[in-house]
Design a protein around this ligand. Structure first.
Ligand SMILES: [Zn+2]
Length: 416
């Protein structure tokens, strides 16, 4: 790290600045549904990242179609994504990504940042992922101060919809993935400092059943109960948890029915399926289609399934493993021990992997209790994790390692 030593020391002096950025950013609500809040936050971010002197674009994202609780089609529109590019013609390219949104709606009571103790900051998004955003900006600023920077170009994607599965930004992520050698995503690492190696895949499905209404007392036999049909589907899907090791099937929402004396003609369920690998994903999709067809025929109801595995499984392939060992080596240089764990959770790392880009997706600071009102950030992790990221970029820019071509087929796809 000889030549880069001065930048690592510079990062140490940025701790207070990172903290005040995070405090300011977390005071702005940017819940996934709060478009105005995300736009306000996004303007702050553009300003904060302007020191990097990168080409900065706001990119409008396509709307995402789904169904509402009455089974009617709805379109979700989100704020623009931010895309920052530096040296797009450099021989080596990395993709850096993190989200602007949080899980906390504008109506949540969790809106302010508090100092839990000397080393811990509490607040909405402190770890997931505004801490990661501050870390990314500082790491890039340090990297840009080094002379190796001219050999490496980078693209930063900041999306507004990750916490609802990146339905609008997935295309943008896939497009950017095609132009990079590897990716880094700045989700927080786990409370004990572990990072995530492989991840399950996740799919969300809406199952809408339409039957025939009838008077319960006068014409029960003429009715076709949407609720009974849906119950049969839900019950069988629940059984997959025991039948197929590795599969998680959760029905999180059910709706339907109006009155006790009416056979219900409408019912809806929202089901989340998680799978280990691509085979299991295909098998789960096939089983769901087969099950809903069978119930529709047996009960003379209509069943419509919408949704998909928007986050395919993130496997451990050779290029990802190569990148992980380079990160471990970098950790040794800067004094950050790296441990790995698997996760059933998904993030944009899944989408980048599905687009063929090896990536590490827990490059952010240490924190915990995310997605709850107890979310916290460990302040002592900010400087070392920023150094880790900056040093990895420096090593890659200096030609210390290469992950291109670790998977034979991928290297050709990378030639631009
Ligand atoms: Zn996150």
């Amino acid at each position: 790290m000889g030549q880069f030593e001065a930048q690592l020391r510079w990062i140490e002096r940025q701790a207070a600045k990172m903290l005040s950025s995070i405090e300011g950013w977390c005071a702005i609500n940017s819940g996934s549904q709060n478009r105005a809040g995300i736009e306000r936050f996004s303007a702050e971010v553009v300003e904060a990242f302007s020191v990097l002197d990168a080409e900065t674009r706001r990119v409008a994202l396509p709307a995402f179609g789904s169904v509402d609780d009455q089974g009617e089609p709805v379109h979700f529109e989100t704020a623009d994504a931010l895309v920052l590019r530096k040296r797009p013609d450099a021989p080596r390219q990395v993709l850096l990504a993190i989200h602007l949104d949080t899980v906390y709606p504008v109506t949540s009571s969790f809106q302010s940042v508090t100092r839990i103790d000397d080393g811990t900051l509490g607040g909405p998004g402190v770890a997931d992922a505004k801490g990661g955003l501050a870390l990314l900006r500082t790491a890039l600023a340090a990297f840009e101060r080094s002379d190796a920077s001219e050999h490496l170009g980078w693209t930063v994607i900041l999306n507004p919809d990750e916490e609802i599965g990146s339905p609008c930004s997935m295309g943008l992520l896939a497009e950017a993935a095609a132009c990079a050698d590897f990716g880094l995503v700045f989700e927080p690492c786990l409370p004990d400092g572990s990072m995530i190696s492989r991840r399950k895949g996740s799919g969300n499905f809406a199952i809408v059943v339409r039957g025939r209404a009838a008077h319960v007392g006068r014409a029960f036999a003429e009715g076709r109960s949407a609720i009974h049909a849906l119950a049969e589907i839900i019950d069988e899907v629940a059984g997959w948890n025991a039948r197929f090791p590795g599969v998680i099937a959760n029905t999180g929402v059910i709706r339907g029915g109006d009155a006790l004396n009416v056979v219900p003609d409408f019912a809806l369920a929202r089901v989340n399926l998680r799978v280990e690998d691509r085979n299991q994903q295909q098998e789960a999709s096939r089983r769901l289609a087969e099950l809903t067809d069978r119930v529709a025929r047996a009960r003379s109801v209509e069943v419509e399934v919408s949704g998909d595995f928007l986050s395919p499984p993130k496997p451990l392939d050779r290029s990802t493993e190569a990148l992980m060992s380079e990160l471990e080596a970098t950790g040794k240089d800067v004094g950050v021990g790296i441990g790995w764990r698997e996760s059933g959770g998904v993030c944009d790392g899944n989408k980048l992997a599905a687009a063929g880009l090896p990536n590490i997706d827990t490059m952010g600071p240490r924190g915990g209790e995310i997605h709850s009102e107890r979310e916290y950030l460990c302040l002592d992790s900010l400087v070392p994790r920023t150094q880790l990221c900056a040093a990895l970029l420096y090593r890659y820019a200096s030609g210390d390692f290469d992950v291109r071509g670790a998977d034979g087929a991928r290297s050709e796809a990378r030639v631009r």
